[in-house]
Design a protein around this ligand. Structure first.
Ligand SMILES: [Mg+2]
Length: 260
């Protein structure tokens, strides 16, 4: 093998998956004034007194500052770091240490996710799709926060099947920036031609994987895309209710051989 890619000892090909609307059905991000009212109250019980609107303004300004400093196109933040900075800007009569503040920021981030999420469940057909991947290495490359989605995948039984999991919060870049997918390949120690991406988004996923050098099988689940972008052709497009077909196409492309 030549090129910049580290080559590992496991020469099996890999399928790299998107998470939301690919493996998981999710309805979330329901953020409104009540969200920050609840969180301000939550902090009040832990000794930190802040007004709802002030908390929202500090969170928004800190998020923007972190986005401005992030390398991605588009960028992402690591939200626990955002909350740590917000907490660091508020008087804390308990004078928490840095580690204790980090723990509080983690709990605050999880609470924010919990109260803004309505639905979180395995997408029908995901188990069959993963079962069809036997003998192939599995990875995730997803636009989301590690602090939330590791817990979500663990709850849904979707953490252990994956050898490598990279989130946009890890690299502070969102698909279609290739960094999320490229980092997954680097951790798998395989070159892009030994992997296929499976996702539902005709822009973020197809373009992001293309920039990382690998083709995408698009699960057509009606996911909207921006109207001002050029869409690239995926390797294949399969009906959203037939995810096993996506794996079969990926395996044929990778010439992974029969299922073991
Ligand atoms: Mg998706």
């Amino acid at each position: 093998m030549t090129g910049p890619w580290p080559t590992g000892t496991d020469d099996r090909p890999a399928i790299v998956f998107d998470v939301f609307r690919t493996l998981v059905r999710f309805d979330g991000d329901h953020v409104d004034d009540d969200t920050f009212g609840f969180l301000a109250d939550w902090l009040g019980y832990r000794g930190i007194l802040v007004d709802d609107a002030d908390l929202a303004a500090r969170f928004d300004a800190t998020t923007q500052r972190h986005l401005d400093a992030a390398p991605g196109q588009p960028p992402d933040v690591e939200v626990v770091g955002v909350w740590e900075d917000v907490l660091g800007s508020l008087p804390d009569p308990r004078e928490r240490t840095g580690a204790d503040r980090r723990d509080l920021a983690t709990e605050l981030a999880l609470t924010y996710r919990q109260i803004t999420t309505r639905t979180l469940e395995v997408w029908p057909g995901t188990e069959e799709m993963l079962a069809a991947c036997q003998g192939v290495r599995l990875a995730i490359a997803s636009n989301t926060q590690r602090v939330y989605t590791r817990a979500e995948l663990e709850r849904l039984g979707l953490w252990d099947p994956f050898e490598v999991v990279v989130f946009s919060s890890d690299v502070r870049a969102c698909k279609p920036d290739p960094a999320v997918i490229t980092t997954a390949l680097e951790r798998l120690a395989i070159p892009p031609h030994r992997a296929v991406y499976i996702g539902d988004n005709a822009y973020d996923d197809v373009t992001g994987a293309g920039r990382a050098g690998l083709p995408t099988v698009l699960l057509d689940r009606g996911t909207p895309v921006p109207d001002d972008v050029v869409l690239e052709e995926p390797l294949a497009r399969v009906a959203g209710d037939d995810p096993v077909a996506a794996v079969e196409i990926a395996r044929r492309h990778l010439d992974a051989g029969p299922r073991r």
